[in-house]
Design a protein around this ligand. Structure first.
Ligand SMILES: Nc1nc2c(c(=O)[nH]1)N[C@H]1C(S)=C(S)[C@@H](COP(=O)(O)OP(=O)(O)OC[C@H]3O[C@@H](n4cnc5c(=O)[nH]c(N)nc54)[C@H](O)[C@@H]3O)O[C@H]1N2
Ligand SMILES: Nc1nc2c(c(=O)[nH]1)N[C@H]1C(S)=C(S)[C@@H](COP(=O)(O)OP(=O)(O)OC[C@H]3O[C@@H](n4cnc5c(=O)[nH]c(N)nc54)[C@H](O)[C@@H]3O)O[C@H]1N2
Ligand code: SF4
Ligand SMILES: [Mo]
Length: 682
């Protein structure tokens, strides 16, 4: 007998696809034998992707961690022995208990990201547990919050229009997003719009897969787009293309904005971003006159020192031309917030368990710094849903921190990742087809149910169960730490009919039927209007109006003398999802191996040809890599596609060993892409 079970992808990906798992239950332990996209899913329509098409290889990989492990060799050696859950929990209770008793809760650092972005996997029990302990609070600002913080200064919200409404657009600007790679299920929508006459513009410093398919490709220097946006506003105002009626009714600060961009001519912007003035003029005029015109972005441009200002500024463009009036207009970034609004965070996180304590905060991008801080050291770290040794910038500092012998580290994982190799205890984690959850999508409006298709393999447990067990072992008796998954979902999604969600597999969250959330204004700013000028920014020590500040670690900064190339470390491989797949035998090898990409002229100037071995270095690290010359980069740029682990790099470092951990202007994000390097022949 076989049965089919429906679930929802948990990856940190805007698409949150629906899937169907076929289970053979004739065996004593039912086995998942097939996994396919669910053809009825209203967004993904039966297609998954080159990462997840082989998800069962991941589930049944011989390398899965299926039992608790205790480290037997030095940190990083990867030497472990299998132990029982009881032994693992006894060790954790002992060492974590001592840290808390001797140094207080905030000597404990939780570290997680969105390795599984479903609701319970990210926020169930863990938040309560760390509140009860009074542990450090992790600022999870590595992906997204800076976009929201930037847009909020203009619109009062990081909410955007629904990207599915791109179907109604006549001009689509994909600005700093690589849709065909990172958001592939949106691509058919864009193709439909193009078939109906829409023009597609891509703005990216790299000629990506998406740029290749564009009608018009604009290639600015990274971190300089704000200059281009200011010049577009200059042209729109100069040429009287402003929607005066909408601006008067729904915005504030127009005169200040007009003054601020008076000198931001296309010729000036050309000098900043390396795009011809005529190209900027044309884009500005088309943007203001072809209706509806939509701008789509995800997070690519957040990873610069001026990342929040990028999104604050881009949010001014649709307001200036009254583009929110139209379905298929406005700014499309994330609709996740429409789903988050349904979550009762207090019920889920239980901040009352802090009992008045105010734990210190640690920004996840500064993990190395936090671990190496000797004044007030972090003495224990619990990692789940993340692989910090590969994903955090300035990764050699993270490694140095994790090498500390006096640091007690627990990692809850599916595999012995680079990070898990530094753990004292590794705990086995389930995959999505082994656990119950609800996925709140950020790329579309369908919330998805995830029914477990099989029992957990080996002794693996879900994230919620892992924290229940740790809490129990530590002798905590707060009842809410032990509530089951259905109870957690009921508490945290009070207005959602969970039975219907479970039966149907998905539910569309409330969103205006006509696709025009702010056609008549009503922005959640203090003034209720789009704020071209912002008092709040002044209070934060930021410019009142959109302003271009070049990154300090950029071509115009001091370090450029020694390190003249700007390094990008983007998502690039279709079979990878962040660092989560490169280690699997059908994923990593199919993508080849790490390399550094250069423009032909930059390579020739260094005596390098395609395939030659090179050293890529700056003050943070040095990496040896083969050179690839592709013609995708403009001169002055280098790129090391990201996602590979340390053992896959010839010298045991990763792309992030080189990257910049300077925080963004506001929003707490980080400037990975403002990284300067030099490259030389080996
Ligand atoms: N296949 C695949 N899909 C994924 C992922 C993956 O690893 N693999 N990761 C998922 C995750 S976690 C996320 S957050 C999303 C991210 O989705 P995206 O935001 O679409 O992806 P990124 O690659 O981060 O950035 C997009 C583009 O921004 C460009 N960029 C960088 N700096 C600038 C700039 O200053 N100006 C301009 N104009 N462009 C700039 C980069 O060159 C890159 O091509 O993708 C998700 N989807
Ligand atoms: N240089 C560079 N660095 C980047 C980026 C970049 O573009 N360039 N992108 C940044 C972005 S946008 C993001 S979002 C981050 C991503 O950073 P992470 O979220 O840390 O990335 P992943 O590589 O997906 O690692 C997730 C880990 O969670 C594990 N996991 C999956 N499901 C579960 C589960 O249910 N339970 C537990 N316990 N573990 C699970 C997986 O096995 C995997 O090892 O990286 C950032 N770092
Ligand atoms: S990783 Fe993204 S595209 Fe692939 S199945 Fe999951 S949600 Fe869909
Ligand atoms: Mo991300």
């Amino acid at each position: 007998m076989t049965l089919t079970v429906n679930g929802t992808c948990h990856h940190d990906c805007p698409d949150s696809c629906g899937w169907t798992v076929t289970v053979d239950d004739t065996e004593p332990t039912p086995v998942a034998v097939k996994m396919r996209g669910n053809p009825d899913h209203p967004y993904s329509y039966g297609e998954l992707c080159p990462k997840v098409n082989r998800f069962l290889d991941r589930v049944y990989s011989p390398d899965r961690v299926l039992h608790p492990l205790r480290r037997t060799g030095p940190k990083g050696s990867g030497e472990f022995e299998q132990i029982s859950w009881d032994e693992a929990l006894a060790d954790i209770a002992d060492r974590l208990g001592r840290v808390v008793a001797e140094h207080g809760g905030d000597a404990v650092l939780p570290f997680s990201d969105a390795g599984n972005q479903s609701l319970l996997a990210t926020q169930g029990i863990s938040e309560r547990f760390f509140n009860q302990l009074g542990a450090c609070r992790l600022e999870r600002n590595i992906c997204g919050p800076t976009v929201g913080a930037g847009m909020s200064m203009t619109n009062g919200t990081g909410h955007g229009a629904d990207a599915l409404d791109l179907e109604h657009s006549k001009l689509i600007i994909l600005w700093a997003t690589n849709t065909r790679l990172t958001n592939r299920h949106l691509w058919p929508v864009i193709e439909r719009a193009r078939a109906a006459g829409a023009e597609l513009v891509v703005v990216d410093p790299i000629r990506t897969l998406t740029a290749e398919a564009a009608d018009r490709f604009i290639q600015p220097l990274p971190g300089t787009d704000i200059a281009m946006m200011l010049a577009m506003m200059h042209v729109i105002i100069r040429d009287d293309l402003v929607d005066r009626e909408w601006v008067d009714a729904h915005t504030t600060g127009f005169d200040e904005l007009a003054l601020a961009v008076a000198d931001a001519t296309p010729a000036w912007a050309a000098g900043q971003c390396g795009v011809d003035a005529a190209v900027i003029e044309q884009l500005a005029r088309d943007y203001a006159t072809v209706r509806p015109a939509a701008i789509r972005s995800l997070i690519g441009a957040e990873h610069h020192e001026n990342g929040a200002m990028f999104y604050r500024t881009i949010a001014c463009l649709p307001a200036l031309i009254g583009s929110w009036r139209e379905r298929g207009g406005g700014l499309m970034r994330s609709v996740g917030c429409f789903q988050d609004d349904l979550v009762d965070e207090a019920a889920l996180h239980r901040p009352d368990l802090l009992a008045g304590r105010e734990p210190r905060t640690v920004n996840m991008s500064r993990l190395g710094e936090a671990l190496l801080d000797t004044d007030d050291p972090v003495r224990a770290m619990i990692v789940w849903n993340s692989n910090p040794l590969v994903i955090v910038p300035n990764a050699e500092s993270v490694r140095a921190g994790m090498e500390r012998d006096d640091l007690f580290t627990v990692v809850h994982e599916q595999f012995v990742t680079d990070t898990a190799r530094y753990a004292d205890i590794v705990l086995p984690a389930t995959t999505q087809i082994e656990s119950l959850d609800v996925t709140l999508a950020w790329g579309h409006l369908w919330m998805g149910w995830n029914e477990p298709a099989i029992e957990p393999l080996g002794e693996a447990v879900s994230n919620t169960e892992c924290f229940r067990r740790i809490a129990g072992a530590m002798g905590l008796d707060e009842p809410s730490l032990f509530e089951d998954d259905i109870t957690l979902l009921t508490q945290s999604l009070p207005s959602v009919d969970l039975d219907a969600l479970r039966r149907d597999g998905w539910m569309r969250v409330p969103f205006p039927d006509d696709g025009r959330p702010w056609a008549e204004g009503g922005f959640p700013t203090e003034s209720g209007r789009v704020e071209f000028a912002s008092d709040r920014l002044v209070e934060m020590g930021q410019p009142r109006v959109p302003t271009f500040v070049p990154p300090t670690e950029g071509p115009q900064g001091e370090a450029a003398q020694r390190f003249p190339l700007q390094l990008m470390t983007p998502k690039h491989h279709t079979r990878f999802l962040n660092s989560g797949y490169s280690h699997l035998p059908k994923h990593g090898p199919a993508e080849g191996a790490p390399f550094v990409e250069l423009d032909a002229a930059d390579a020739a100037a260094r005596g390098l040809a395609d395939g030659d071995a090179a050293r890529v270095f700056n003050d943070r690290a040095s990496l040896e890599l083969p050179v690839k010359i592709t013609g995708r980069l403009r001169p002055g740029l280098a790129s090391i596609p990201w996602g590979w682990w340390r053992h896959q790099h010839p010298d045991g470092k990763v792309a992030n060993s080189l990257t910049n951990d300077t925080l963004t202007d506001w929003g707490g994000g980080v400037a990975y892409s403002d990284t300067l390097v030099q490259v030389e022949a080996l």
